[in-house]
Design a binder for this molecule. Structure first.
Ligand SMILES: NC(=O)c1ccc[n+]([C@@H]2O[C@H](COP(=O)([O-])OP(=O)(O)OC[C@H]3O[C@@H](n4cnc5c(N)ncnc54)[C@H](OP(=O)(O)O)[C@@H]3O)[C@@H](O)[C@H]2O)c1
Length: 285
């Protein structure tokens, strides 16, 4: 039984994280933020995903306060952007993010993208922020298996979440399997492939069969393969739809979705971002 406001995953640090969250990328106007967060909360979403890069932390913080619910009723995810990585910048930029959000802590703080020359010092700062209680849980985003293995050589504690791009055209099966072995919960960003997978005819047929929409089929597939999802919508009907996932896909349907992979990304290739500031300069020569 999936209940958006109650169903959680157990994280390896002892905390619980909602399975379903709400993405806020490109929601950049206060009115729209208020409407979408209100609508999401009413439909059972309790987790809200922002990032320093989105420049909407203050709007999200205000919208959450406008809900007039206790702070512990919501789970806030924030991410430290590439520009703010390194030890001191990570600490200082997180303090600024907390100010913007109007809260003493985030529930989950993520390294937005791995950066080669700031790799270990950024994580050291994350471990300090956790000890100080400014981040209840710490995790990463867009980390590959090799980057997680590298992190393990120096980390005192490992990330509890890896937020990565995954949808039927980029199923990331090996990385999700690896995350699971390491007790890391995988969270899907762009779970709907920013719309690119919604007109797949096979997914369309499954949707008709279940009396659901293609988006619901995809999000249900994610939940059944044991990962967390943070779909974004600014449309009240679709916000409601994306939280209404209490149905079951058969093993055959799960297998059909598993084999749609095309290694097709909508976002950046993590290995290129990792060399940020190095590789790009070489390209310019
Ligand atoms: N860690 C990272 O590097 C990273 C990168 C990208 C994104 N993210 C996070 O992940 C969140 C989700 O990813 P995303 O926003 O890129 O893409 P997404 O959630 O895969 O797709 C959003 C798009 O799909 C449409 N949509 C949503 N629900 C729908 C439905 N039921 N039926 C039809 N269309 C639907 C939305 O349009 P409407 O709004 O008009 O409904 C929007 O155009 C972001 O908002 C952000 O919080 C993280």
């Amino acid at each position: 039984m999936f209940e958006p406001d109650k169903s959680t995953y157990q994280l390896n640090d002892g905390n619980q994280m909602p399975i379903l969250g709400f993405g806020t990328y490109k929601i950049a106007k206060p009115d729209l933020m208020n409407q979408t967060i209100q609508s999401a909360y009413e439909n059972g979403y309790r987790m809200f995903d922002t990032a320093q890069y989105y420049r909407n932390e203050k709007m999200l913080g205000d919208a959450i306060r406008n809900l007039s619910v206790p702070r512990q009723d919501v789970f806030i995810i924030d991410k430290v952007t590439e520009m703010n990585q390194g030890h001191d910048l990570t600490i200082n930029s997180t303090d600024f993010s907390l100010q913007q959000l109007g809260t003493d802590y985030v529930d989950l703080l993520l390294v937005h993208w791995p950066i080669a020359d700031k790799f270990f010092e950024t994580w050291e700062a994350f471990e300090e922020l956790k000890k100080q209680g400014k981040a209840r849980s710490i995790g990463v985003s867009n980390f590959t298996r090799s980057q997680l293995e590298l992190l393990k050589t120096q980390a005192d504690e490992m990330p509890v979440v890896n937020q990565i791009e995954t949808h039927p055209y980029l199923n990331q099966a090996p990385l999700i399997k690896f995350d699971k072995k390491q007790s890391i919960v995988t969270q899907a960003w762009s779970p709907l492939g920013r719309g690119a997978v919604l007109d797949n005819p096979m997914i369309g047929k499954m949707a008709v069969h279940h009396g659901k929409t293609p988006a619901q089929i995809i999000l249900r597939w994610d939940i059944q393969r044991g990962i967390s999802v943070i779909p974004k919508s600014q449309n009240p009907e679709r916000i409601a739809q994306n939280a209404d996932l209490n149905f079951e896909l058969s093993d055959d349907e799960m297998s059909m979705l598993d084999v749609m992979n095309r290694n097709q990304r909508t976002g950046n290739e993590p290995e290129l971002v990792y060399e940020w500031g190095k590789q790009y300069k070489q390209f310019k020569k």
